[in-house]
Design a protein around this ligand. Structure first.
Ligand code: OAD
Length: 264
């Protein structure tokens, strides 16, 4: 396992930080067994076309296909466990006066790892809304822990979306699809936090999808120290004050250990 060389300045900035924002993407959940989007071969967008699964048009054309795909992903996320990277971020929050995780992920693993302040920019696999008027719908996935139901989905058998108890329209996952605007409230909170933070950690994201990808730039322009953790280089790498080219499940626990051993 590679040892991450952590610059002293990164440790000092983190130790002194009153406010930290961690922007996370699919890479932080990769070590929990959840596929990323853009990896060649295994990435979701290497296997499924965005326009067939993650746009309003896809839902209009074949809501059962879209619903079933998200059901499949929801059940896989439910079975996955938070990994050392999620746990290290939760621990960092406990030792930082003001820390916010801004995630593009919809898998709920940050909350399950113990992070308390989490902004889900792209929604959640575990929330639902009426496809007609967007009101929240409390729908319980009774098959969430049912291996047979997961196998049926893996064989390609489709599930019909449930119906809204208020109006009878279809229920959709509360996910932000391509071509849809980012909801104003979480975006405003994330942008404010980015502008006010002392350190911005960017973990496991290709930083290609906007507006999320603009948050690190906003943080840096407002004076934050920018740290990237990603085994591969991204457009952000050259702008980061420190770029750890390592897996999050290795780099974040090491960062935490370095902070602990330098404390006091
Ligand atoms: P991507 O699949 O675009 O990028 C994942 C990143 O994680 C890549 O840069 C990898 O190098 C990195 N990575 C892989 N394994 C890692 C590990 N163990 N530790 C750290 N990093 C690792 O996923 P996102 O950037 O999250 O939106 O994609 C952004 C958005 O595009 C998603 O939220 C999704 C997608 O379309 C919607 O569905 C709305």
């Amino acid at each position: 396992m590679s040892k991450v060389v952590i610059p002293q300045e990164a440790i000092e900035r983190l130790r002194a930080a009153r406010a930290i924002v961690a922007l996370t993407g699919a890479g932080i959940s990769a070590e929990s067994g959840i596929p990323t989007f853009r990896a060649p071969v295994t990435g979701l967008w290497s296997q499924y076309r965005v326009e067939d699964f993650a746009t309003p048009g896809a839902w209009r054309r074949n809501s059962a296909l879209v619903w079933s795909w998200y059901s499949h992903r929801r059940r896989l996320a439910y079975r996955a466990q938070p990994n050392p990277a999620h746990l290290a971020l939760a621990e960092l929050e406990r030792r930082t006066p003001n820390m916010i995780v801004v995630t593009q992920n919809v898998d709920g693993l940050h909350q399950r790892a113990g992070s308390r302040t989490v902004i889900e920019l792209h929604g959640s696999l575990f929330r639902f809304r009426c496809a007609d008027d967007d009101t929240a719908v409390a729908w319980e996935d009774h098959d969430i822990d049912n291996a047979e139901a997961l196998e049926r989905l893996e064989r390609g058998e489709l599930e019909a979306p449930p119906v809204c108890p208020q109006c009878g329209a279809q229920v959709r996952p509360d996910i932000v699809w391509f071509e849809e605007p980012m909801p104003r409230k979480p975006w405003g909170a994330a942008a404010n936090a980015a502008q006010a933070c002392d350190v911005c950690l960017v973990i496991g994201t290709s930083a290609l999808v906007y507006p999320a990808a603009s948050l690190p730039q906003l943080a840096k322009a407002s004076g934050a120290y920018l740290i990237e953790i990603n085994p591969e280089a991204t457009d952000l790498t050259r702008r980061a004050n420190w770029s750890a080219q390592a897996r999050a499940g290795v780099a974040l626990p090491e960062l935490l250990r370095a902070l602990e051993s330098s404390a006091g």
